[in-house]
Every structure is written in structure tokens, then in C-alpha cells.
Ligand binder design. Sequence first.
Ligand code: NAG
Ligand code: NAG
Ligand code: NAG
Length: 550
Amino acid sequence: MRIIHTHTHHIYIYLRFRVLYIYYLSRTHGARDEVRGRMRMANHNLLLCFATFLSLCMIFGPWISIEAAPLASLVTQLPNFNAIFPSKHYSGYINIDGNGENGKNLFYYFVSSERNPEKDPVVLWLNGGPGCSSFDGFVYEHGPFNFEAAKTKGNLPTLHINPYSWSKVSNIIYLDSPAGVGLSYSKNTSNYDTGDLQTASDTHAFLFKWFEQFPELLDNPFYIAGESYAGVYVPTLAHEVVKGIKSGIKPVINFKGYLIGNGVADGRFDGDKALISFVHGMGLISDNIYEDVQAFCKGQLEINSNDEKCSDSLQKVAKAIAELNVYNILEPCYHYPAEAAAKGNASNLPLSFQRLGATERPLAVRKRMFGRAWPFRAPVKEGLVPSWPQILAQSNSASHHNHVPCVNDEVATAWLNNAQVRKSIHAEQESVAGPWEICTDRLRYLHNAGSMIPYHRNLTKLGYRALIYSGDHDMCVPFTGTEAWTRYMGYKIVDEWRPWFSNQQVAGYLQGYDHNLIFLTVKGAGHTVPEYKPREALDFFSRWLEGQNI
Ligand SMILES: *[C@@H]1O[C@H](CO)[C@@H](O)[C@H](O)[C@H]1NC(C)=O
Ligand SMILES: *[C@@H]1O[C@H](CO)[C@@H](O)[C@H](O)[C@H]1NC(C)=O
Ligand SMILES: *[C@@H]1O[C@H](CO)[C@@H](O)[C@H](O)[C@H]1NC(C)=O
């Protein structure tokens, strides 16, 4: 895990050589040996690594005493995964903020491209929250595996290859950020007091250290991507990266652009205004209720409006949509067993309804989704951002038994809290890093970066490419708000509203603007687009990265 910074140049040569060599070996052996037994392959890999290590010892002599991170971070096996890794995986901690144990230990899981890791872009993936782990994306969205739940609750899931993994076309880093989230931690819990600006600068520091360990990827095009509250993480981090490039700090990151899925940007666009037009358009409220809201709330769409008539009509909206799955209005809402018993069985929904949001994944879309999302009905405002667990602790709501509505994260929770899994991915055990939770309440997080619109304007005007996409059945950050703010940017339309296609079907709609800004919808997808529409998601992702027309 440690690089001793005495002879950086030699480390660089060593790393580049090693990675190319391992890559060569994996190519030449991979194709031929698909059918080999797991044990044999594992041993084989170990031998290759050892042989590589020895040959490099001979070439570089004294330098080899340096312990290079990638070798120590290579993931060689995972419990309940009985196939050959489709590409090299690395994982571990990067310590930032010096300060040893009291610094911030940021956990990453890096999946190298299954196509051409030397040339393919490097993409950093961030889930939102704030407080939610990027293993949400890894386990449930576009990671290299599909996770089949164990028959008995609490047991380890079985891992299968995900044919629509984003690692098919890119090198992708899943980062738990900021410290305190997922498997990232600090011994000094004062570090869990944080906010937008601190997080952006920490993640920038992480990137520098990460590229020091993977210098062979520094020339690849680099993109930042994320979802939901990462609508704030992504532009603020991009801003830091661009500042770094301008000031000539080394290493120079080959930053090209960013992608944001169902991301928050600005409370004026993402709040109740977006919600009301979404639920009306989707037929979830009547024309009468809609017209009352328009007439009485006069654009001041605040739930605590002092106007009684406005407040009353907003209550009608809230009542109409309260029992829906906020992350995809087509999906059933997961009821925890006690609630399910009281209310009847969620899977008793009509079959036609259950199929509406069907996915091509071999495994069902989860019925749960924890607020990796911006909490429902809490638009982006300056100041302290409550997490779902914090909101629930305050609300004392008996009806939800302290669970987030519609939420169940059993597979990821079982996997990431297993001691053997943690060992395999070089994560600290619970005694050090704490339990893994999809979204934590360990943070005290301030939204202090303001509206994202000036960030988007500056970044796109500097020539960075931006793809802003929305699953069009998400009610958490509805596409209506995203469509409105992208339009508000005021850029000339260069590719007028049109369907885009995947598998010869309309997969959604897009509008292309000047300055390489694209707004795109994914038809039928919820908050976590690739979870619902994996094929479509891989299609737009790869076309956009390659600079093709989507
Ligand atoms: C703990 O973190 C806080 C805030 O980041 C910092 O001011 C303090 O010096 C740290 N304490 C130690 C012992 O490192
Ligand atoms: C829910 O309904 C399904 C199908 O009707 C049934 O298999 C399952 O056992 C039920 N679960 C509960 C908790 O009642
Ligand atoms: C955007 O650019 C302007 C002009 O350079 C600058 O004054 C402003 O602070 C920038 N805002 C952000 C959020 O980057």
C-alpha cells in the first residue's frame, strides 16, 4: 500500500512495465483458458505475479524493494465467485491529509477495462447521499458482477459476470467518499464533519495519490461520473481538477468531462416545482389538484407555505404519492416484514404492474433503495443536509419502523460486512472501519457550494463535455427539474429533442446543446438508471465516451 517516494522515476518505469506485462499475460492466457478450474487459475495468477515480481527484481535490482500499491492491491479471488476475473481488479485505501491513522482513509475499488485498459478512459464513479457508498453503483448498477442473493438471509451472495458492466468500455474507480462513508473511515471522527467544498478538495487529493499509484493511466482520458447528490460532488470536484490543471500542479490529470445521473443541481429547479409537474404529467395527481397548486401556491412551492389553501393542496399531493416507491414510481415499494404483515404482501401487486419496470438483468431489480438519494421533499438548500437515518430518527415515525420507505439493502450489506470479503478486497474489518451501510449517518454534512449552475456554465464553457441524464420514472430527482435547468443554461440547441435508440428500440430522448452539453432521458428507468436499464445505460455511456452520436 505504501510507496516510498525516494525514486519516483524508477517506480514509474517499474509500474508501467509491470502493468503492461500482466496485461499481456492476461490477454494471451485469458482467451485460451476460459474453462480452467478456479483453483488452477488462481494459482496460475499467483505464479505469474510472482514470476513478474522476480523478473523485475532482476531488472531493477534495488528499486524492487519498493512495495508498489497495485501489486498489493490486486484482487485475486472473491468468495462465491467461481469464474475468471474478466479484467484486473485493484482495491484498497488511499490515505489523505497525512496525519497517519488520524488522516482520512479513502477506500477505492478499481476495475480495469475489459477491452483496452491502456487506451480506454478512466472514469471515477461517485454515489450520492450525502453519505452513500459507491458500492451501491458497484453492487446494484454497473459493476462487474451481478449479485445473486443467498437462499438464507445474511449468507453471502453468489457473484456472476455482469454483461452490461461499465468496465466493458472503461477503467472505472468506485470511491467511497467522503471519509466516513462505506468502507472509508478516519480514526479522528472530527473528520466526519464535512461539506461540499471539503469533499471536493479531499477527492482531488485522492486522485493525485491514486494516479501516483497508477501512473500508466495518467494519459488516458479522465471523466468524473455520479448520481443523485453526486450532482454536487461531480461539478465541485471537476472545478478542483480544472483549477489544479490551470495552476500546473503535477501530475496533470487528462480531464475531459463528466456525467451525472438524476443529479441535484439547484433547489429552484429540483424542489417541489419539479415534483409537481412530474406527478401531474405522470397521472399521479388530478388536474384539479394541479390547478389548485398552481393557483394557490403562486410559484412559492414550499410545503410549509403560510397560505392555507396552498398548504392544503400540497397536502393532497403528498397524500396521493406517499405510498409510491420514490426511486421508481413503477416499482413496488418494499415493505419490511412487520409492515408487510400488517398491510398485505407487496408481491401481490398485479403482474402487469410488476413487469412495468422490468430489467434485462438476470436478477430482479431491488425493491429497496435507500436514500443514496437526496431525501424526498428536501430540496437542495444551503446548510446541514440531513441523511435519511437522521431524518427518520427525528421524525419518530412509527409507520416506517425507522426504515427508509421502500428500502432493503440485504445483498450488499451481507457481502460488505463479511470478514472474508473484506479481506479479499483489502478493506479493514468492522472493528476498524465500522459496519458497511449503504448510507451512513456518521457524517455531519454541509451543503456549502450553492447552486451547481455556475459550475456547469464555467466547466462547459471551458470545453469540458457534460452528459446530464435522467431515469424518467424517478420521483426523487425528477427529470422535469433537470430538463428545466439544462434549458435555463441558455445554450443554443444543436441537436433538437429526439428519441435515441438501443437494441433498435426507443430508449429515451435527448436534447443536445452548444458547448457539448447533452440532456438525455432513459425511458422507464428510475433513480439508479443502470439498475433498471443496464443495456441502454451501457449504450449511451460507451457512445458518449467515444464521442459518437448517442
Ligand atoms: C482531528 O480532525 C480535526 C478536523 O479535521 C483536526 O482539526 C484535528 O487536528 C485532528 N486531530 C488529530 C489528533 O489529528
Ligand atoms: C407474498 O406473496 C407471494 C406470492 O403470492 C408468496 O410466495 C410469498 O410467500 C408471500 N410473502 C409473504 C410474506 O406473505
Ligand atoms: C465561474 O467563473 C467566473 C469567471 O471566471 C468566476 O468569477 C466564478 O467564481 C466561477 N464560478 C464557479 C462556481 O466556478
